[in-house]
Design a protein around this ligand. Structure first.
Ligand code: ZN
Length: 517
C-alpha cells in the first residue's frame, strides 16, 4: 500500500437524485451531454438495487455503507412506539452510523458536503472541523457551515423549489428549478475550485423534482424541459473530471411510471385498523369569513356568522363520522368546509406514513392480520417482515411490514383515497445507478464478468481508494475489480469511535441527551 501518495487522492461523488441507469440512458440518447458521457462511456457503470427506493434512507445507506437496520433512517419521519405511535422529523442525530465524510474527518481528512439529506442540525455531525457543509433542500433552514463561508456565499443561499406537487404551471416550475440551479451552481464551482478537500460530495435533486412534476420525462419525452438543468450539471461534471482523480456518479433510486394506485391507509381504515379524527379548523374559518366580518361591522357580526356556520358544520360532521362516507364526497367536503382529517395515532392499529418507503407500522398483535390483508392484493408482489429486509441494532425502528408493489403500481397514503384507482404518475423505483471514472478505473467493457455492485459498496471502495481502512461491520465491500491498482484492505471500528465522539460532543454542549430539531 502506497500510503503517502494515495492519501492525497481527490474523490468527487456526484449524486443524481432519482436518475436510474435507464433514466440516464434516456437522457444521453436525446441530449448532448459530454461530461456525463465521458464518465459513463470511459468508466465503469452498473445498475444496483435500492430498497426501499426512497431518498432519505437510500442516500444514508449509500453514504454509510450499511443498511437502515444499522443506520436507523427509514424516512423523513422517525417513528417511536412506546405503547402508542409517535412521529417526529428525522434529524442528523438520528443517523446512527458514521457517514463517509465523518469517517474521513475522524482520520483528519477534509470533505465538502452539499445537499446530502440529514445534515441538520450540523453540530450533531462528527469531526465537524474537517467539513464544509451546504444544507440539503429538506433542511428547516438553508445554511453553509462554517459560518465564515456562509457570510462569504450568502447570496447563493436561495430557497430550493422542491414543492413540485404544488406548482401549477409546468413551464414556470421548470423556470424556477433552472433559476435555482443557475444561482447555486456558482457556489458549487467556488467550493470545488477553492476549498481544500479529499472528498467532494454533491447531490443534485433537480432531476428528481422535474421527473416528479413531468412524468413524460421518465418516458423520454419532452426532454427540452430538462435540458437546461442537465446541461448545467453536465458542465459541472466535466469540470470535476479535470479537478478530481476519481469521479463517482451515483443515484439513490430510479424513476418509472405508475398507473395503478393502492390506497393503503383507506384499506386499513375500511378494515377498522386505522382511525382518523375530524378537526374543525377555526383559523381557516376565521380567514374565510373576514370580508363578511367587515360588512357586518365589528367582532359581534363575525361571531354570529361563525357560530351559525359551526352549528351547520357540526351537523355535517356528525353525519360524516357516523359512517365512512365515500372518499370522493369527503375530499369535496374538505375543500369546501374548514375541517381536516387527521390520523389518530393512539388508537390506530396500523398506518402507512410515507408511501415511498413502502412501510406499514403495525401495533403488536396485528401484524399477521395486516400481512394477510395485503398478501391477498394481487397488485402487491410481496409483503415482507422488516427482518427480511433489514438487519442490525435499529431494525426495531423500521416499519413492521414492507409492501413490495408490482411494476407500475404505487401507494397512496391519503386517508380518503380510493382503495384502488388508475392514474399516470411518475414514481420512484429500485433500479439505481453507479459509475466510476478516473485514475486506475477499468472500463466496464474490458471486464469478462458483470460485477454485481451493491448500494453499500461506495463507502468501502472510496476508503480503499483513498488509502484508509474500511469499516469493520460494513455491509459492502471495496470493488477492487473496477480498478487496476492494489488497494488498502485493513479494517477499523469507526462506529465505536463515532459513538464515543458523539458522547463527548454532548457532554461538551451539556445536553446529555438526545437533540430534536
Ligand atoms: Zn431520491
Amino acid at each position: 500500500m502506497k500510503s503517502s501518495t494515495s492519501i492525497r487522492r481527490k474523490v468527487c461523488v456526484i449524486g443524481l437524485d432519482g436518475v436510474g441507469l435507464r433514466n440516464l440512458r434516456n437522457m444521453l440518447g436525446v441530449l448532448p451531454l459530454n461530461g456525463i458521457n465521458r464518465v459513463v462511456s470511459k468508466g465503469f457503470v452498473s445498475s444496483f438495487i435500492s430498497l426501499p427506493p426512497y431518498t432519505p434512507c437510500a442516500w444514508t445507506s449509500i453514504f454509510t455503507g450499511v443498511n437502515p437496520g444499522k443506520h436507523g433512517i427509514y424516512g423523513f419521519y422517525k417513528v417511536s412506539r412506546n405503547g402508542r405511535i409517535t412521529v417526529n422529523v428525522s434529524t442528523s442525530y438520528d443517523v446512527k452510523y458514521p457517514r463517509i465524510f465523518e469517517i474521513l474527518g475522524m482520520s483528519g481528512l477534509k470533505s465538502v458536503v452539499i445537499n446530502v439529506p440529514l445534515v441538520y442540525p450540523v453540530h450533531e455531525l462528527v469531526s465537524l472541523k474537517n467539513l464544509v457543509v451546504v444544507s440539503d433542500w429538506a433542511s428547516p433552514k438553508q445554511f453553509i457551515y462554517p459560518k465564515q463561508d456562509e457570510d462569504r456565499y450568502r447570496e447563493y443561499l436561495v430557497e430550493p423549489p422542491h414543492k413540485w406537487a404544488s406548482a401549477v404551471n409546468v413551464n414556470s416550475y421548470v423556470k424556477a428549478v433552472e433559476a435555482f440551479l443557475e444561482k447555486r451552481i456558482d457556489l458549487y464551482y467556488e467550493l470545488l475550485e477553492k476549498e481544500n478537500y479529499n472528498l467532494f460530495i454533491i447531490v443534485f435533486s433537480e432531476l428528481d423534482w422535474l421527473m416528479h412534476r413531468i412524468p413524460d420525462i421518465v418516458m423520454g419525452k419532452q426532454m427540452n424541459l430538462v435540458y437546461k438543468v442537465l446541461a448545467l450539471i453536465d458542465k459541472f461534471i466535466g469540470r470535476v473530471c479535470e479537478v478530481c482523480d476519481l469521479i463517482v456518479l451515483v443515484s439513490d433510486h430510479g424513476f418509472t411510471i405508475s398507473r395503478l394506485f393502492i390506497g393503503v391507509n383507506s384499506i386499513l381504515a375500511r378494515n377498522g385498523l386505522m382511525m382518523s379524527s375530524y378537526k374543525l379548523n377555526i383559523d381557516k374559518l376565521f380567514h374565510r369569513q373576514q370580508p363578511k366580518k367587515c360588512d357586518v361591522g365589528g367582532k359581534q357580526g363575525f361571531n354570529y356568522i361563525t357560530s351559525r356556520i359551526i352549528r351547520n358544520l357540526f351537523e355535517v360532521i356528525s353525519v360524516v363520522t357516523r359512517k365512512i362516507v365515500s372518499s370522493q364526497a369527503l375530499n369535496k367536503l374538505e375543500a369546501i368546509v374548514p375541517i381536516s382529517t387527521e390520523i389518530d395515532y393512539s388508537s390506530s392499529k396500523a398506518i402507512m406514513l410515507e408511501p415511498a418507503n413502502w412501510g406499514i407500522y403495525v401495533k403488536e398483535g396485528y401484524v399477521d392480520l395486516v400481512k394477510k390483508l395485503f398478501s391477498n392484493n394481487r397488485f402487491v408482489k410481496k409483503v415482507l417482515h422488516r427482518e427480511e429486509l433489514f438487519w442490525g441494532p435499529h431494525t426495531q425502528e423500521a416499519p413492521d411490514l414492507i409492501l413490495v408493489p408490482r411494476d407500475h403500481v404505487f401507494f397512496d397514503a391519503r386517508i380518503h383515497a380510493e382503495p384502488m384507482y388508475l392514474d399516470y404518475v411518475s414514481e420512484h423505483e429500485p433500479h439505481a445507478m453507479i459509475a466510476f471514472y478516473g485514475d486506475y478505473v477499468l472500463p466496464a467493457t474490458s471486464m469478462d464478468n458483470p460485477i454485481n455492485v451493491s448500494i453499500y459498496d461506495l463507502v468501502p471502495t472510496i476508503l480503499a481508494y483513498i488509502g484508509l481502512p474500511i469499516p469493520r461491520d460494513s455491509d459492502g465491500k471495496p470493488r477492487i475489480e473496477v480498478f487496476n491498482v492494489g488497494f488498502y484492505n485493513k479494517k477499523y471500528d469507526y462506529l465505536e469511535k463515532f459513538k464515543m465522539l458523539r458522547k463527548i460532543k454532548q457532554l461538551k454542549i451539556g445536553k446529555g441527551g438526545k437533540v430534536k430539531s
